[in-house]
Design a binder for this molecule. Structure first.
Ligand SMILES: Cc1cc2nc3c(=O)[nH]c(=O)nc-3n(C[C@H](O)[C@H](O)[C@H](O)COP(=O)(O)OP(=O)(O)OC[C@H]3O[C@@H](n4cnc5c(N)ncnc54)[C@H](O)[C@@H]3O)c2cc1C
Ligand code: SF4
Length: 510
């Protein structure tokens, strides 16, 4: 009887993963390994490393309880070679398999390594489709074929049809595909009473991992304590259920709202669990749809939430695999500035950035609008190099893997792909941040002042960005109004904006 060596990666912690589908308990061996190369290829947030290692250790225990033969390699094991290739080699020496099986990895970099194993080990390598995603890279390629630019909204409708989600006789429930226009409520008194998310008490396995991370990664960014992430499927399901029962009903209304001291808002905080495999996207979508059918959450909230998962999440993955490796080199706007130290917590008078970085450091989490309209918007209009911005976003969030981080950063926030993923840059003045948050109330700058020392830097950086990139952006139909306003602006005002922007940017460079 032949023996398979099945490698399970840190973001493949699902019992129904394709690599385990034909597991033979009498012969096969599962290999799960904590390797130095993966933990350090960028210096990840400490909470992110602890979360993934702890979830891996719990998953291995679960498989062992179910009778799987698991070979688990801890980071501190004396013989740990530090790389996937080295650990597969050691496992081959120990177990003499006839074949290596692995589910398609989340990152292009890892796929390149796996593709070499056939030649290195002279063994067949079976790389299986990752069936946890709802659209395969080939299906996405077929959808994208012959399209000059891709639009998520049309992809999303296809996915609704494919999985029969929120449909009545093939028509969207309620008559519209998208209820975003109802989802822009300002923070109000209600946001003071947001139900608390489910926080898990660390057990002995998690505490052991926390100690390991504190001793082996001392200089890495981020607070490891308090640690409250779910690290088992049961707890991740609990996080999901609590969201569906207590916060989904307001998810739509306050999706874009930012409130100082409220990092979690009405969001679900399940990206960590979806991305490492503790939750499955289809089960999440079905539970949300059920809440709507049972009258427990309104359509604008449920449709908005489901769109993020079967729409955006699958769409960015499709864009990633369709365009790698070239996608990681895009820099359409030729942005060259280094990432300012404020992204690592250096003092800044800009309250919005200060709050978002502080929460990122504490939680390895910031919600979508903080990432997009504060941290991302600033990186875009300040002209920060896409490589530096990508690396930061990959480091600091516990849900960050390149397949999801790169398209969001290069495509969505930086317009570095020239408009392939999004139709226009998400640039804005301080007015948007003021409208959707209470950050400006506690800021040293004045959001209504356009130029001068007291002016909100987003105000003049926005116009400076539009002027700097006029040659590349003026023809964009969605920026017609902006460039009309710019052409009506007196030269003296433009000069003042340029001078304020340069002065400010020189200062943050220092
Ligand atoms: C610059 C930038 C970087 C990002 N980097 C990541 C990342 O590394 N990993 C990651 O999972 N998400 C990333 N996102 C998307 C999004 O911000 C997070 O998925 C979300 O904030 C996670 O919090 P949540 O689970 O509370 O999400 P909710 O707001 O409750 O949304 C529900 C789910 O929808 C999915 N989702 C929503 N928006 C997106 C999106 N744009 N792309 C992919 N999935 C989406 C997530 O799985 C999320 O859990 C990024 C967005 C931006 C603008
Ligand atoms: S005034 Fe400007 S810098 Fe200050 S919090 Fe508001 S948007 Fe941010």
């Amino acid at each position: 009887m032949s023996r398979k060596l099945i490698l399970i990666l840190g973001d493949q912690l699902s019992e129904d993963i394709s690599s385990l589908s034909d597991f033979d308990k009498d012969h096969d061996v599962v290999l799960i390994c904590e390797v130095w190369d993966e933990a350090t290829y960028v210096p990840h947030h400490k909470k992110k490393i602890a979360f993934i290692f702890s979830a891996m250790r719990h998953f291995a225990e679960r498989l062992k309880e179910k009778g799987f033969h698991v070979s688990y390699v801890k980071l501190e094991d004396a013989d740990n070679s530090g790389s996937f290739t080295g650990e597969v080699q050691r496992a081959i020496q120990n177990y003499h398999p006839d074949k290596i099986v692995v589910t398609f990895p989340g990152e292009y970099r890892v796929l390149q390594d796996i593709k070499k194993w056939h030649d290195i080990f002279n063994l067949p390598v079976d790389i299986r489709e990752d069936s946890r995603f709802l659209c395969t890279p080939d299906e996405f390629r077929a959808w994208a074929e012959n399209k000059k630019s891709l639009r998520m909204e049309f992809f999303y409708r296809e996915m609704r049809r494919k999985y029969n989600v929120l449909l009545n006789d093939e028509k969207p429930v309620g008559g519209q595909w998208n209820y975003d226009s109802e989802n822009r409520k300002f923070p109000s008194a209600e946001t003071l009473f947001i139900p608390k998310p489910y926080m898990v008490q660390p057990d002995h396995i998690t505490n052991e991992v926390i100690e390991l991370v504190e001793s082996r990664f001392p200089g890495y960014f981020g607070d490891i304590q308090p640690f409250y992430f779910a690290v088992t499927r049961e707890d991740a399901l609990h996080v999901l259920d609590k969201f569906i029962v207590e916060r989904l009903n307001k998810f739509g209304d306050y999706q874009d709202a930012m409130v100082q001291g409220q990092p979690w808002m009405y969001h679900s905080h399940i990206s960590f669990y979806l991305n490492c495999g503790l939750l499955n996207p289809l089960e999440v979508v079905q539970r949300a749809e059920k809440a709507y059918i049972e009258g427990k959450a309104p359509l604008n909230a449920v449709e908005g939430f489901i769109r993020q998962i079967i729409g955006w999440r699958e769409y960015v993955r499709g864009v990633y695999w369709l365009n790698m490796p070239e996608y990681s080199d895009h820099n359409f706007l030729d942005a060259r500035r280094k990432l300012p130290a404020l992204y690592w917590g250096a003092p800044t008078k800009m309250n919005c950035l200060k709050q978002c970085v502080k929460e990122t450091k504490e939680n390895a989490y910031a919600h979508h609008i903080q990432r997009l309209m504060v941290l991302g918007n600033f990186a875009l209009i300040a002209g920060i190099d896409p490589k530096e911005v990508n690396e930061w976003f990959l480091i600091v969030y516990a849900d960050a893997y390149e397949w999801v981080e790169l398209p969001n950063v290069t495509g969505m926030i930086l317009f570095a792909d020239g408009g392939y993923l999004g139709s226009k840059p998400y640039a804005s003045t301080g007015a948007y941040i003021n409208k959707m948050s209470d950050y400006c109330d506690g800021c040293s700058y004045s959001v209504t002042t356009k130029t001068g020392d007291k002016a909100c830097p987003f105000n003049y950086l926005y116009w400076d960005f539009m002027m700097r990139n006029e040659g590349k952006l003026k023809g964009n139909p969605r920026l017609g109004f902006t460039y009309k306003n710019l052409s009506a602006m007196p030269d003296i005002q433009k000069e003042t904006i340029r001078s304020d922007a340069n002065k400010f940017l020189d200062c943050i460079d220092d």
